[in-house]
Write a protein that binds this ligand. Structure first.
Ligand SMILES: [Zn+2]
Length: 294
């Protein structure tokens, strides 16, 4: 079971077609660390699940050694970011309406068995249906299965963005999960953030000004996967940082302990986590959203 969990959560999809997304123009706007921004944020639990803590947290880290590796409750969140001029963006995708109805979705065979215990709460299609603004883009933190299960509810033609290298294979373990992720993309291209041409924000090495007005940033955060991204939004209630699976858990964030077996490169993950934590240390007004708690 643990092996299967590893295979699924570590899987990525060689088969996703990719297209390079141009870097946003580095913004010279003063960032709104301590006053309301333009973006309205709604964070939604799309599904709940339980997975081994050894995947979510590096239990070899001395700070985490007292935990056992048993099942840990998580959520699959969808964050809706609505900009007054640019429409709505979502960070990650939760689960689909087909899954919520108990119908066949993109997961088949062993993968379907693996995800069958994920309990839908509100599928992405329902979340999108009650938005006033049209969906302008999907901001993926990475392309692991539990972040793309709702993609099939995304209307055709809506761009899907992610980090570099997410479309590349990591050997044999991908073979099991690739068909599912390919079905989730359903022929869409992944628009790849040009993190090489990002701009620093304080301790963060590379960030891209997504809309050109300084209100929404895509931040390079490699380690959990090669192309993992975080997103920073300046919302009506203050700045909000979505760290994705650079930290699955609030405890991991609070204690600076990166994820465990689900992470591809533990050292790079730790470095990215430290950059994001240093940004929040500089700007304590930032609300932090970890990958799988809400
Ligand atoms: Zn995840």
């Amino acid at each position: 079971m643990r092996l299967l969990m590893l295979l699924v959560l570590a899987g990525c999809s060689r088969a996703i077609p990719t297209q390079l997304h141009p870097a946003g123009t580095p913004s010279t706007h003063d960032l709104l660390w301590d006053e309301p921004g333009p973006i309205v944020l709604e964070s939604v639990v799309s599904a709940t699940w339980q997975v081994p803590l050894s995947g979510l947290l590096d239990l070899d880290d001395p700070a985490a050694a007292h935990f056992d590796s048993g099942p840990f409750p998580i959520v699959l969140p969808v964050h809706v970011l609505t900009h007054p001029d640019h429409g709505a963006f979502i960070v990650d995708t939760g689960v689909s309406q087909a899954r919520a109805r108990g119908e066949k979705d993109v997961a088949r065979g062993l993968i379907a068995q693996f995800v069958k215990n994920a309990v839908p709460v509100e599928p992405l299609g329902d979340i999108l249906a009650r938005q006033d603004a049209p969906l302008a883009g999907v901001l993926l933190t990475h392309t692991h299965l539990d972040h793309v299960l709702g993609l099939e509810d995304v209307p055709e033609g809506v761009p899907v963005y992610g980090g570099p290298g997410e479309g590349e294979a990591h050997g044999l373990k991908d073979s099991l999960v690739q068909p599912t992720i390919r079905r989730a993309f359903d022929g869409r291209s992944l628009q790849v953030w040009d993190v090489e041409n990002g701009t620093p924000i304080g301790p963060v090495n590379s960030a891209i000004d997504v809309l050109g007005d300084g209100s929404l940033w895509a931040i390079s955060s490699p380690g959990h996967t090669q192309g993992s991204m975080a997103y920073l939004a300046f919302t009506t209630t203050g700045p909000a940082l979505f760290v994705g699976d650079t930290s699955h858990t609030q405890w991991g964030w609070d204690n600076g302990v990166p994820p465990g077996t689900y992470t591809v490169d533990g050292e790079a993950n730790r470095d990215s986590l430290m950059q994001l934590k240093a940004l929040v240390d500089e700007h304590p007004s930032i609300a932090v959203f970890v990958g799988h708690e809400l």
